[in-house]
Design a protein around this ligand. Structure first.
Ligand SMILES: Nc1ncnc2c1ncn2[C@@H]1O[C@H](COP(=O)(O)OP(=O)(O)OP(=O)(O)O)[C@@H](O)[C@H]1O
Length: 569
């Protein structure tokens, strides 16, 4: 488990960003551990005074113990708001990062179930982080307070206990990597069970139809057996914790009891001092050490493993404060752009150079699967390039604040998204201040007006996902939404694929007239004919030119045009 892993790094960065709450936690922790510090000393003095027939002072020391217990409880109460002030930002940062990771990773089909699962895991991280900060912190302070109190009472006993506790905790720390591996194996096995079970449920109709029910059940069964085996192996390690607690806390107690006659005889300890030392060991050190070992071995490791696992699902985002606002210019420049899906896969985009001047109109064409949508996702920053840069107005898009970048680059994907609400809400989502007149004008430009009238105007409601609408109608809504937005660069990724050629031409021409730049991932070659420049992607090569130039210079392009002409004939 590496500490520079994105998930762990995110936690540490968030913690570093909360110095004030951490300082208050430290202060109130000291107050909270006062009873642990005072307990043995007060008991010791009380017993000695009782034995000396001074019941008044004895009772006074017991009252002091009660008083510090009340102060400790007040300290505990003060701690909670500060714990929340540290933990909630960590949870928010995690949730943002994992959801962004899931959405960015799956730019085409966002797996909402996976996002929900990640949300649950983030919630688990929050709870475990809370318990760890609440319990582990308290235990550590209790152990230290008990050892300090013991040292004030009997330096010899404190030395012995400190040495035993240190030895026990060192042995425990050496076991942690192995325990972490076992926790990780349990987590991965659980994920595998969930993955296989959901795949089986999704494909249950096909499994029944093909008579493959037994095989599907076997697959889920074997994953479950593996998960159970991992859990068993983890549980077996609990025996180790008992040994650690014995060595760290019970052994010093046994030694103290065995040496008690000598300590009393030699005047190293009074009778009250002996009772006080036993108090520190039995009421302070032993339960604290037991809880510490249990908390770290279960919650602590579980948290670390879950954080690391979640971190694998996101790249730690650059802090917003290091990013710059959107530039004033909007020319797009792509240089040496290279991207592959996976470390060993062949690049889909290789060493690509491209310039889209401000106000330009570029069409990207090429055979199916050549990498056109991948290029669109790289240009808007949804995929991180492995090589090269995308610059907007001369600034690397990785350095531009995320919100600003989204407002500059309007991407319309093939699958248009319509959410539950009125048509007005859907259309003004990216331009909340747009008035009805601007909305109806935009609808007119794009060719949405007939649908608007049919549905009953801007106040008409549509259901989630636009279930009552055709794919083309949803595309018209998405197109109008981005048309209304202030985005100076618009990218249509086959965003008109469900429109008929006439409707497609109308929408595309509207975007070409709109102020700003337009990049069209072409579904039909007619889009290329309308553009100023055409980028032809062809595996290893990419050709840039006007439609007429490419017809003359590229055999592939001439071929595509030939097929297109034939299909129109
Ligand atoms: N998330 C992904 N993981 C792995 N490979 C992917 C992923 N998305 C796309 N690919 C692969 O990358 C290649 C380029 O895909 P891309 O969608 O960019 O092509 P395209 O030119 O837009 O295709 P089309 O015209 O059919 O939409 C394809 O071989 C595709 O299978």
């Amino acid at each position: 488990m590496r500490l520079n892993q994105p998930g762990i790094a995110l936690v540490f960065r968030q913690l570093r960003g909360s110095p004030r709450p951490l300082a208050w936690i430290l202060l109130w922790s000291v107050v909270e551990s006062l009873p642990a510090l005072v307990s043995g000393l007060a008991v010791s003095r009380a017993v000695d005074h009782f034995l000396a027939d001074d019941a008044g002072l004895g009772l006074g020391y017991l009252a002091l113990l009660l008083g510090t217990a009340a102060i400790g409880a007040a300290g505990t109460r003060q701690l909670f708001p500060w714990l929340a002030a540290v933990i909630e930002p960590v949870r928010d940062a995690f949730l943002t990062a994992v959801v962004r990771g899931a959405v960015t990773d799956e730019t085409r089909t966002v797996d909402t179930a996976a996002v929900a699962r990640l949300g649950e895991q983030v919630q688990a991280v929050r709870e475990v982080l809370f318990v760890t900060l609440r319990v582990v912190r308290q235990i550590v302070f209790t152990v230290v307070a008990a050892l300090v109190g013991l040292a004030l009472l009997s330096p010899v006993a404190a030395l012995l206990s400190g040495a035993c506790a240190t030895l026990a905790l060192t042995l425990f720390a050496l076991q942690l990597p192995d325990l972490a591996e076992r926790h990780r194996a349990v987590l991965l096995a659980e994920e595998e069970v969930a993955r296989r079970a959901s795949a089986t449920v999704e494909g249950v109709r096909d499994a029944i139809a093909c008579g493959a029910v037994d095989r599907a059940a076997d697959e889920v069964g074997s994953a479950t057996d593996a998960a159970v085996g991992n859990e068993r192996r983890l549980v077996r390690r609990t025996a180790l914790r008992t040994a650690i607690v014995f060595l760290g806390a019970q052994l010093p107690l046994l030694v103290l009891l065995a040496a008690a006659p000598w300590l009393l005889r030699e005047g190293q300890l009074t009778a009250g001092g002996l009772v006080g030392a036993i108090t520190y060991l039995t009421v302070g050190l032993e339960p604290a050490l037991r809880r510490l070992v249990e908390a770290v071995a279960t919650w602590g490791l579980e948290m670390a493993v879950t954080i690391v696992r979640l971190g694998e699902g996101f790249t730690d985002p650059q802090p917003e404060r290091d990013l710059v606002p959107a530039p004033a210019r909007h020319d797009l420049e792509v240089s040496g752009l290279t991207f592959a899906y996976g470390a060993h896969a062949a690049p889909v985009v290789r060493d690509l150079d491209l310039v889209l001047p401000e106000g330009g109109h570029l069409a990207v064409v090429g055979p199916s699967g050549i990498g056109k949508s991948t290029l669109a996702n790289l240009i808007v920053g949804l995929l991180p390039p492995q090589g090269g840069r995308v610059r907007l107005g001369g600034v690397d898009i990785c350095d531009i604040r995320r919100g600003d970048l989204r407002r500059q680059l309007g991407l319309i994907p093939q699958e248009a998204y319509v959410f539950a609400g009125t048509l007005r809400e859907n259309l003004t989502y990216l331009a909340p201040r747009a008035g009805d007149r601007a909305v109806t004008e935009a609808a007119d430009e794009i060719g949405l007006t007939p649908l608007l009238e049919r549905l009953g105007g801007l106040d008409a409601r549509v259901g989630a996902g636009g279930v009552e609408l055709s794919a083309g109608e949803k595309q018209l809504i998405a197109l109008t939404r981005v048309f209304l937005s202030p985005a100076p660069v618009v990218i249509l990724d086959e965003a008109t694929s469900s429109l008929d050629p006439v409707a497609e031409a109308r929408a595309e021409m509207a975007f070409a007239r709109r102020q700003g730049s337009l990049l069209v991932i072409a579904h039909r070659l007619s889009s290329a004919v309308r553009a100023d420049q055409v980028l032809l992607l062809d595996g290893d090569t990419a050709c840039l030119g006007s439609h007429d130039e490419l017809v003359r210079s590229s055999a592939l392009y001439a071929d595509l045009v030939g097929h297109w002409d034939l299909s129109r004939a």
